[in-house]
Unconditional design. Structure first.
Length: 116
């Protein structure tokens, strides 16, 4: 059942992004930012944890999870160390994913040539 829940939730998230792109003049970058911010807002209200419990990877793979991780790290840092912890904690929970993304993007850029 968890696979079905993951498929449905991540499909809904992707469908929302696609609908925004199709029916507005927003660029994919705008939609990306909207989804990241919506993940942070859902995390602020405690809804994103429920989505993670419901769908597992269906909630932890889409871009909305990045907003959740940013909020979670900032909140934990703020609780532990105040304003300094807020600034330091933002990337603590997501730095591994960002590092892997940068490394993979570099490797792909070195291996493949764009078509002109």
């Amino acid at each position: 059942m968890i696979y079905l829940n993951a498929f449905i939730l991540s499909g809904i998230i992707c469908a929302i992004g696609q609908i925004i792109i199709e029916y507005t003049n927003l660029t994919p970058g705008h939609v990306n930012a909207i989804l990241v911010v919506s993940g942070a807002v859902l995390s602020f209200f405690g809804i994103y944890e429920l989505l993670l419990d419901f769908a597992g990877a269906g909630a932890s793979v889409p871009i909305t999870n990045y907003g959740h991780l940013l909020f979670k790290g900032a909140y934990e840092g703020f609780i532990g160390n105040g304003m300094t912890g807020l600034l330091n904690g933002i990337m603590s929970t997501s730095s591994g994913g960002v590092a892997v993304t940068i490394i993979i993007a570099f490797v792909v850029a070195v291996i493949f040539r764009p078509k002109h």
